[in-house]
Write a protein that binds this ligand. Sequence first.
Ligand code: RIB
Ligand code: CA
Length: 323
Amino acid sequence: MTSKIILDTDPGIDDAMAILFAEAHPDIDLVGITTVFGNATIENGTRNALWLKQKYGMRADVAMGAAAPLVREPVGPTTVVHGPSGLGDVAAGEVTLAPDPRPAWQYLVETVQANPGEITLVTIGPLTNLALALAHAPEIVTQVKQVVVMGGAFGVNGHRGNVTPYAEANIHDDPEAADRVFTAPWPLVIIGLDVTQQSFFSGAYLDALRDEAGEPGRFLWDVSRFYLRFYSERIGLDGCHVHDPSAIAYVIDPTLFTLREGPVRVVTDGPAIGHTLQKFDDRRHPHDGWAGCPAQRVGVAVRDQALLALYRDTLVAWGKGSD
Ligand code: RIB
Ligand code: CA
C-alpha cells in the first residue's frame, strides 16, 4: 500500500539520501517537503530542497519552515558535518523553482486536513515546524496517520548522543519543540541513534551505488564525500551511519525495527539539554513528569543488513533508467 508522506527536513547530506530514497520507492508518495534550520541555514536548506526537486523532477511541494528554535539560543548550522551549504562538496545549481507561498507549519496543517487519516509526517531535522503546526491546529493529532521522527538517543545499544555526551543533533537543536511533539497525543515512532548508529553505509557500499544506481547513485557518491571525510577524521569510520534514510525505511517496512513503548520527555535546559528519556515500566513515583503523557514507540533494534539491501535495491531500480 502506498504511504503519502510529508518529509520535514534540514537538507543536509543524509537528508538528501533520504529524499531520494522516498522519491525512488514505489510505496511512497512524497507529497511535500518542508524545510527547517539545522544542518544548514533555512535559506541554504530550502535552496537544496528546491534544487533536488528540480534536478529529479519531483512533484512534491517544497515549503520553507522555521529559521530558528522556539526557545533556546540557536546552535548554528552543522557545517563541520554537512559543509558550508549543506550538501558537502556539491554546490546546488541555479534554482528556477519557488517554494510554496505558505510557511511550513501552515502547509503541514492544510495538507493534513485535506487528506484526513492519510498523511505520515516524517521528520529528519529539528521539530520546530511540527511544534508550530501543533500550536496553530492541535486537532491535527487526530488527523495524521502517524508521525515518524529521526532523532533522539535513549542509551540503547550504547548510543547516547552525537553532539553532546547525552543529546542527538535534531533534538538538541530544538529541545522545547521535541518535548511538545513527543508529548502530543498522536501515534509517533522515534527512530533515534539507538538504531541509526547500528547501520552503516560503508565506503564500498557507496562505491557500489555509484556504479550500479545510475545518475542518482553517482550523485549520492559525490554528495557523501564530505560526510565520509568527517566520519573518517572524527570517528575513524570508513563510511557513515544511516540516520535519515532509516526513517523512510521504517515507513516502507516497519518490520525492520523492534520498538519499545512508553512516554518520552526531553530535557530542555542545563548540560543535558536535548537528552531524551523514555519511561518504559509501570513503576509509580511520587513525582512523575511522564505520567499522563501518551505512550510513544522508540526503535531499539534494527535488521541492518535488510535495511541496507532495501536502500540499495530501491536506488538501483530507480537509477537504472537514468543512464
Ligand atoms: O543526528 C543525526 C541527524 O542530525 C540527521 O537528521 C542529520 O541530518 C542531522 O540533522
Ligand atoms: Ca537531517
